[in-house]
Design a protein around this ligand. Structure first.
Ligand code: COI
Length: 354
């Protein structure tokens, strides 16, 4: 562990019942911290007992939201081994997002090393039950106590770990989605392509209103014309229209999802016609009217593949296919989780043993 200091916890928490993990409620015995200042750069990487952070109330993150995070999973295979899935992509994405938020990026190779080391220390926390994983939440925050608006001069990087089950209560049962016509998540040129906490804050009110109407998630439309599909906020979106699989392009306002890239790669390997192109609510309504809206699904680290059974737009309900998980969604789910749990061969170098 060369330059990562380790301060073991004096006591260990009991491990949770794997049947009722839910998502993001339980945290492990240790966390990782590192600090940045102008003189030393990123330094002081250490794994310490899990606990509250000490933060000055004037810390910039608390006032101006100079923050971003990542979502990664480690899986326990049937052979008992623990593996990370495409984590280098998350490390690269965090470095790119940090630059957008004027946060000094962490070298992706060093970030990967820190995460690997923390998961190694906490490997007993990686659950074994089917569909479970250890969710990894790296976060970067501005800590300088200063109330002027400018990039902070000091930062903390931390990583916490949480054994998780399914993200949605529905698991992989198809969800109903509300197409949001009033609120906007992100405009091009803003922070939509960055995993900034601010994007999630912007999504909460629409999410609450949708939930009251019985919808699990909000599908965001573009900020200018309110016509073009963007993303679901916790997931990227795919639609199977006739024989084409369509996903909105990375235009600067949606997240470059790792599971999105994984799905595109697999679908193309299987010979499917995949288009990264703008897709509008009008096109989807017309496809639905023709009976060609065959599948809709979201992709994300937390949710993996989440099939959608209904889109509701301005009170009009568009039922997708026969309302069940579609053929491609199922194949993607089985293949991605098959690779993640070591049941299928990792021919693309996506796994990293810890
Ligand atoms: C993820 O899929 O990891 C996410 O970050 C989505 C959400 C839980 C914020």
């Amino acid at each position: 562990m060369s330059h990562i200091q380790f301060v073991p916890a004096a006591t260990r928490k009991p491990k949770p019942d794997e049947g009722g993990l839910g998502f993001g409620r339980i945290f492990t015995d240790h966390m990782l911290l590192a600090d940045y200042d102008v003189d030393k750069g990123w330094h002081g990487a250490r794994i310490v007992p899990y606990g509250p952070l000490s933060l000055d109330p004037a810390a910039a993150v608390l006032h101006y939201g100079q923050e971003l995070f990542e979502g990664i999973k480690a899986f326990r295979g049937g052979d008992g081994k623990v593996r990370l899935f495409r984590t280098e992509k998350n490390c690269e994405r965090m470095a790119a997002g940090a630059a957008r938020l004027c946060i000094p990026p962490i070298d992706p190779a060093f970030m990967l090393e820190m995460i690997t080391e923390l998961v190694r220390v906490e490997q007993d926390w990686v659950p074994r039950a089917p569909g479970t994983a250890l969710y990894i939440r790296p976060t970067l925050i501005a800590t300088e106590p200063f109330l002027g608006v400018r990039p902070a001069k000091t930062y903390t990087f931390f990583v916490v770990l949480s054994p998780v089950g399914a993200y949605y209560a529905e698991g992989i049962d198809p969800v109903r989605i509300w197409v949001e016509a009033k609120y906007v998540r992100a405009a091009r040129g803003g922070l939509g392509a960055v995993k900034a906490g601010a994007n999630y804050a912007a999504s909460l009110l629409a999410g609450e209103e949708a939930k009251k109407k019985g919808y699990a998630q909000v599908l965001w439309l573009d900020a200018i014309e309110h016509r073009w599909f963007e993303e679901v906020g916790t997931m990227n979106l795919f639609l199977r229209i006739g024989d084409e699989v369509v996903t909105p392009p990375l235009g600067g306002s949606i997240l470059d999802g790792v599971t999105r890239d994984t799905a595109i790669t697999l679908l193309r390997e299987w010979g499917a016609k995949v288009s990264e192109r703008p897709v509008s609510i009008d096109e989807v309504r017309e496809a639905h009217a023709r009976g060609e809206l065959r599948e809709v699904f979201g992709t994300g680290t937390a949710a993996v593949i989440s099939p959608v059974k209904e889109l509701c737009y301005h009170g009009e309900s568009l039922v997708v296919g026969d309302g069940k998980m579609g053929e491609l969604s199922r194949r993607l789910y089985d293949t991605i989780t098959g690779i993640q749990y070591g049941k299928l061969p990792d021919t693309r170098g996506w796994l990293r043993a810890v």
